[in-house]
Design a protein around this ligand. Structure first.
Ligand code: HEC
Ligand code: HEC
Length: 242
């Protein structure tokens, strides 16, 4: 909030005194501002870092990129019709910044991705992700099945942000094919039942996701999905390295 007020005040002062008043003689006379596409790539890097932190079960790693998304300046000259998308993106980013559990972040980052997709749709633009890359071959071991999970998660993510029905469908289809048994995932019998439940829940998310229409049903499915990754990695101590 403070940041926004400060930014507004600065903008007003600049308007009142003329921009040149703030620029010292040594500064470049007319330094071009970053392009809109560059700004968007910044968005993508930061929101993807939040998502990766959820998958890894790392709440601390959420804060910095979520704070950037909540506070960064929007590019100049943006049509005012797009403001609601930016506002909802920032609101969800603030939810992620102050969250005390990963389930909350999972929901918030999925809603943020929906705002990205909504604005792209509204502006008649679809981000072209390279989602035609092949998934890892279906080998029956935990590492490979996890890489297939990740592939599915990434396609569904592209599907939300693009937005792209095709990317979404590829991801959910893959999910419903993932095969894991609890004994593969944990060697502690006491945890098997819980792990079985999580594996089953992942398949259900794949099934629900494949019939979910574009929009909030999909981001809701995605939020549940990310929580499952986080929960099982916290439970088993597994997850992406790093
Ligand atoms: C206010 C509307 C709006 C919001 C919100 C928005 N985008 Fe965009 N985005 C656009 C527009 C318009 C373009 C097309 C820009 C152009 O013409 O290159 C774009 C383009 C992109 C591109 C492609 C850039 C390129 O290489 O051309 C990416 C990646 C992207 N957005 C990611 C995101 C992500 C991730 C989010 C959410 C965190 C997001 N955007 C939120 C409007 C928005
Ligand atoms: C049922 C429990 C469980 C669920 C659910 C789960 N994981 Fe995992 N994950 C594990 C375990 C255990 C490991 C460590 C496995 C190993 O030895 O490589 C792991 C490892 C990983 C790895 C590292 C694989 C590698 O290359 O070494 C990635 C990436 C991963 N998981 C992604 C995901 C994603 C994305 C999701 C959510 C869609 C998910 N996982 C859901 C248990 C789970």
């Amino acid at each position: 909030m403070k940041f926004q007020q400060l930014a507004t005040t600065t903008a007003l002062l600049a308007a009142v005194f003329g921009l040149t008043a703030c620029v010292s003689a040594e500064d470049e006379p007319s330094k071009p501002s970053e392009s809109f596409a560059e700004h968007m790539h910044g968005h993508l890097d930061q929101i993807s870092a939040v998502k990766a932190a959820v998958i890894a079960g790392d709440l601390d790693a959420v804060r910095e990129p979520a704070k950037w998304l909540a506070e960064h300046e929007q590019p100049a000259g943006m049509p005012s019709a797009w403001a609601p998308y930016v506002n909802s993106m920032r609101m969800q980013a603030r939810v992620a910044v102050s969250a005390t559990d990963l389930d909350t972040v999972a929901g918030a980052v999925s809603e943020m991705a929906r705002s990205c997709g909504d604005c792209h749709q509204a502006s008649g633009f679809a981000v072209a992700f390279g989602f035609d890359q092949r998934p890892p071959a279906d080998v029956q071991n935990v590492t490979t099945q996890m890489q297939r999970h990740l592939w599915a998660a990434d396609r569904m993510w592209d599907g939300l942000i693009g937005p792209s029905d095709k990317a979404w469908e590829w991801g959910t289809e893959m999910l419903s094919e993932v095969t894991l048994t609890s004994a593969q995932v944990t060697s502690e019998p006491a945890k098997e039942q819980q792990v079985d439940g999580l594996v089953q829940a992942i398949r259900e998310v794949g099934n629900q996701g494949s019939t979910a229409p574009a929009g909030e049903s999909r981001s809701a499915v995605y939020g549940r999905f990310l929580s499952l990754c986080a929960n099982c990695h916290s439970l088993t101590g597994g997850g992406p390295a790093g």
